[in-house]
Write a protein that binds this ligand. Structure first.
Ligand code: PMP
Length: 408
């Protein structure tokens, strides 16, 4: 049964395979024995291998062991969890924080809990899969609003005004790299007494003058804002978290099943994330470097005429459209020593397949230039692909129609 399905996926260029990376998720890795530039990791600040982060994790393992041994409410809450939660709350300017085993669990637990009292859940069409999966596990109906269109959300809420709506959005959209219009969404939430949840998995540590996230980028401070994040991207560790009011956090501890019924995050990961948070606040030059490199790539891509879907973050998609063409581009890049896999359905809508490039503080200007050279080579080696990539408006128009579709 599975063989024929696998064959079908393969014929549609949709079969995915696991690729083994040899080495830490740094800018340079080895794949199949070859030295390759990694342009697909979310290790934005290059903290996964920072000596202080490694030392904090190692010291915690020596002191607390490898596994937490129980769920948080039984005996799994250890000092590193509590310290991290205090730090995260302060970092995000919230009353309190709660650490989950992963960001996926955090979204699941948070949304399921908010859904207890919600009439309807509204989500941006390009919200992360973990938010959508969370909604699918809840009773209140899910309504999708067009990508970044706060005005449509306002109209939806006005026409079907119901008490206690929940609004969901990514802060930085994980596959497009663009930003949610948080001030407008917050204004809709405040005027309708809805709760706004921002999944800031890709904004935390990256966005805002001090790296506090997309809310800081927009200068927002609001008690109405519930933020979720992950420890596994800019913080270089593993795990997820929610910040909000103390009451919300206390209620989550009592109600969020993905928090209650799973073993606590390994204490070494909490300790590593704490060390990473300190570095983020103590070494702003890391973020400055990340943004310098990101701007260099952005400029280079724009000069060649490549489209990046309005990215405003270190996530830089190169829209290809067709699945097979996206694979061709990632194969070309790999041949040039660059790893940036094709992103295909179901992760992105069909006809908007792409290469998702992520820049990190661990890259160098030389790495960025090598990537740009590899992309500019296409002009001579694959004219068809070059024309497609440097005429993004055509693909974008199709993508625009697709994006406005009301279903996910
Ligand atoms: N939200 C977004 C926007 C993400 O990109 C991810 C990870 N891909 C998650 C949530 C889940 O986080 P984690 O990897 O910690 O489970």
């Amino acid at each position: 049964m599975y063989a024929s399905r696998i064959d079908l996926l393969s014929r549609r260029s949709l079969l995915r395979r696991l690729r083994t990376i040899d080495g830490a998720p740094r800018a340079e890795v080895k794949i199949d024995g070859r030295r390759i530039l990694l342009f697909s990791s979310n290790n934005y600040l290059d903290l996964a291998t920072h000596p202080k982060v490694i030392e904090a994790a190692t010291a915690a393992i020596r002191r607390y062991g490898v596994g937490a041994g129980a769920s948080r409410l039984i005996s799994g809450t250890l000092a590193p969890h509590v310290e991290l939660e205090e730090q995260l709350a302060a970092f995000k300017g919230a009353e309190a924080a709660l650490v989950f085993s992963t960001g996926y669990h955090a979204n699941l637990g948070l949304i399921q809990t908010l859904a207890e009292d919600a009439s309807t859940i509204y989500a941006d069409r390009l919200s992360h899969a973990s938010l959508i999966d969370a909604c699918r596990s809840c009773k209140p109906p899910l309504r999708i609003f067009r990508h970044r269109e706060a005005s449509q959300l306002r109209a939806l809420l006005a026409s079907k005004y119901q008490k206690a709506a929940v609004i969901l959005t990514d802060g930085v959209f994980s596959m497009d790299g663009d930003l949610a219009p948080l001030p407008a969404l917050l204004s809709v939430a405040e005027s309708t007494s809805a709760q706004l949840v921002v999944d800031d998995a890709h904004g935390t540590g990256v966005m805002g003058p001090e790296g506090r996230g997309t809310a800081e980028h927009f200068g927002l401070k609001s008690a109405a804002l519930i933020q979720m994040g992950t420890l596994s991207k800019a913080l270089g560790a593993f795990g997820g978290f929610v910040t909000g009011t103390r009451d919300l956090i206390t209620y989550l501890v009592n109600r969020a099943r993905p928090f209650i019924y799973t073993t606590a995050l390994p204490p070494a990961m909490a300790a590593a994330a704490s060390a990473a948070l300190e570095i983020i606040q103590g070494e702003p030059e890391r973020r400055a470097r990340l943004w310098f490199l990101r701007e260099r790539l952005d400029q280079g891509l724009k000069t060649m005429g490549y489209g990046t879907l309005g990215s405003e973050s270190p996530i830089m998609p190169i829209l290809v459209g067709d699945v097979a063409a996206a694979l061709r581009l990632s194969d070309h890049l790999l041949a040039q020593g660059i790893y940036a896999p094709a992103i295909r359905p179901p992760t992105v809508p069909s006809s908007s397949s792409r290469i998702r490039i992520t820049v990190t503080a661990g890259h160098t200007s030389g790495h960025i230039d090598h990537l740009l050279e590899a992309l500019s080579m296409l002009r001579g080696t694959d004219r068809q692909l070059w024309d497609r990539l440097t005429n993004p408006t055509r693909i974008a128009r199709r993508e625009g129609r697709k994006r406005s579709s009301p279903s996910l």
